[in-house]
Design a protein around this ligand. Structure first.
Ligand SMILES: Nc1ncnc2c1ncn2[C@@H]1O[C@H](COP(=O)(O)OP(=O)(O)OP(=O)(O)O)[C@@H](O)[C@H]1O
Ligand SMILES: [Mg+2]
Length: 474
């Protein structure tokens, strides 16, 4: 029999499902919100999730998206209200196992859960077998057949279990974060906390507090004591992205914690201990930063114990067609299509230099995917390095053509959006981002999953940003 997690904010429904499934011999866990459900998933091994679509705050779809990051393939059965079938169908495209419509029919509930449980056990057996054969989910996500990628994967396997600091160097968009994820996933800390922070996204004066926490009253705005990531991540791995952006003061504290695992919260006197494995990434040349006195030499040597260098895509061109096919498959799943790449497209993409590396390739291909009409994607929508709007030479190039553009009712969308943008001139980039995110959230009536989808960022990233802004919404 299976372990089933029931997520529903309505206590009567929750208890009813719990009673029925328990009397069928399953063991049930219950949660009244998406957040509580996610916490239960980290604490217990669950076979199937039965989840209401409508939940306060984080909805059923958003919960599934976050859960699948940590537990890919976990069968998710959504319960939807009458008239929500369209959402339910798109949920299936996003990875839900199935959906049930309210009022839930008992025999359908039992049959659906039974097949979901069967899937869970097959998936587990496959995973065990794949592990035995030396495959690993996290490594499989790194696509590429070049010698360079094979070396990177071999290195990940080798260093993951070593528990030392790992530095990942490579140009922007080369896949450093995927590599960091794999190092953690293959390490013996894999079931323990894994926290990511992007140094470049945090204002300089808040970095120390973010990493090491602060005591109440230690600076204006420190209204209560806060734990930093080194405390939250005890026994786990911390991914410090864009480490090259770290201010020198914070570098001193980081060095200390790397040397002896000790630190103080900002404004605190108590010495605290932590056991954290650090994984760092940078798209700068840290050695040059040391020579220019932007990065401490002693810290550089501490971080540089094991370095994984990811070559740019133009130095491993054989990965380009493989990645292209992979991304088109992914877009087929995402958009529900069945398109393939033409030979011409494969040749053209292989010849380009892709200075934005895999990220640029992925974004460009998605534009081609959306713009191509037939089932074979040609090369006609690929321009040189940059995206250019094919018809309007005055339009501001859009990085995200699939996002709804300015309404056709406005006279001149390009001028309108330029005027809008001009009102932001003079504001720091961080503030512009904050306003944009909060306005999008407002537009989505506070629905974070929807806002994250519109912003084309992960839900986790949205949460992180809201937390950074200190809004109630976070
Ligand atoms: N080898 C790969 N296989 C599949 N997807 C990849 C690969 N490399 C990168 N990607 C994808 O490209 C995008 C960029 O990758 P990632 O964020 O890991 O890059 P990065 O090196 O951390 O970039 P930056 O320095 O700008 O933060 C992501 O969507 C990632 O999933
Ligand atoms: Mg990155």
């Amino acid at each position: 029999m299976a372990t089933i997690l029931i997520i529903d904010d309505n206590p009567t429904n929750r208890d009813t499902y719990d009673d029925i499934l328990t009397s069928d011999g399953h063991s049930c866990l219950t949660a009244s919100s998406g957040e509580e459900g996610l916490a239960k998933l980290t604490a217990a091994i669950v076979d199937v999730v039965l989840c209401d679509l409508k939940l306060p705050n984080l909805d059923g779809l958003g919960t599934m998206e976050l859960a699948h990051e940590k537990h890919p393939g976990l069968p998710w059965v959504l319960i939807t209200g009458h008239g929500n079938e369209e959402t339910a169908v798109s949920a299936i495209k996003q990875g839900a196992f199935n959906y049930l419509t309210k009022p839930v029919d008992l025999s359908r509930l039992r049959a659906t859960l039974e097949s979901a449980t069967r899937l869970a056990s097959t998936t587990r057996e496959n995973q065990a077998l794949r592990k035995e054969l030396g495959f690993d989910e996290a490594l499989d996500r790194i696509i590429g057949t070049s010698a360079a990628i094979k070396n990177v994967k071999a290195m990940i396997r080798q260093v993951a279990s070593a528990d030392t600091t790992v530095l990942i160097e490579g140009e922007s968009g080369t896949g450093k974060e995927l590599i960091a994820d794999a190092v953690h996933a293959l390490s013996k800390r894999s079931s323990l906390p894994y926290i990511k922070i992007n140094t470049a996204a945090i204002p300089h004066d808040l970095i120390e507090s973010e990493l090491f926490g602060h005591e109440k009253g230690s600076f204006t705005g420190a209204i209560q004591q806060k734990k930093g990531k080194f405390e939250a991540c005890d026994n786990g791995s911390l991914f410090l992205d864009e480490i090259g952006e770290m201010p020198l003061d914070a570098q001193v504290k980081l060095l200390r914690v790397l040397q002896d695992g000790r630190f103080h919260r900002v404004g605190g006197t108590q010495e605290l201990n932590t056991d954290v494995r650090l994984i760092c990434a940078t798209n700068r040349n840290l050695k040059e930063e040391v020579l220019e006195n932007n990065f401490r030499m002693d810290l550089y040597y501490r971080l540089n114990v094991i370095t994984i260098r990811v070559p740019p895509l133009r130095e491993r061109r054989e990965d380009i067609p493989v990645l292209t096919t992979f991304f088109i498959d992914r877009f087929n799943n995402k958009h529900g299509g069945n398109k393939t790449a033409s030979d011409e497209l494969l040749q053209v993409v292989r010849r380009q230099d892709w200075h934005g590396n895999v990220r640029e390739l992925e974004n460009t291909l998605e534009k081609c995917y959306i713009l191509s009409l037939g089932s074979v994607i040609g090369a006609e929508h690929i321009t040189s390095d940059n995206w250019e709007a094919p018809t309007s030479p005055t339009a501001v190039p859009s990085a995200h053509p699939q996002v709804p553009q300015a309404s056709p009712a406005s006279q001149d969308p390009a001028t309108n959006s330029l005027n809008d943008i001009q009102t932001l001139i003079g504001l720091p980039l961080d503030e512009v981002e904050r306003r944009h995110i909060l306005a999008t959230l407002d537009h989505c009536n506070g629905n974070k999953s929807k806002a994250a989808r519109l912003l084309q960022i992960g839900l986790k990233t949205l949460y992180r940003k809201l937390e950074k802004y200190g809004t109630d919404a976070g």
